[in-house]
Design a protein around this ligand. Structure first.
Ligand SMILES: [Zn+2]
Length: 79
């Protein structure tokens, strides 16, 4: 059985997109509850950890990985 791994600062993809159309959330607080912030509209929500694990699809970019690169590249040019 696979366990989802995520940490503070990770950008995660959810199974259901946010009403604003963005499907990427940033983890901004960890605890018994997880606070995630929509990358698109900056709206943040607090969800129980169990619920979060069920509703997230995968980690798109981990905070650790991003820290190794300087500057951000825009991913808008995928064809
Ligand atoms: Zn949003």
């Amino acid at each position: 059985m696979e366990r989802k791994q995520f940490e503070l600062g990770d950008i995660v993809q959810m199974k259901k997109p946010h009403p604003c159309g963005t499907n990427e959330m940033e983890i901004i607080r960890m605890g018994m509850d997880i606070r995630i912030k929509c990358v698109g509209c900056k709206h943040s929500v607090l969800v129980p950890r169990v619920k979060f694990e069920k509703s997230m699809k995968k980690v798109l970019r981990s905070a650790a990985d991003a820290g190794q690169q300087s500057g951000r590249t825009d991913n808008g040019s995928a064809e």
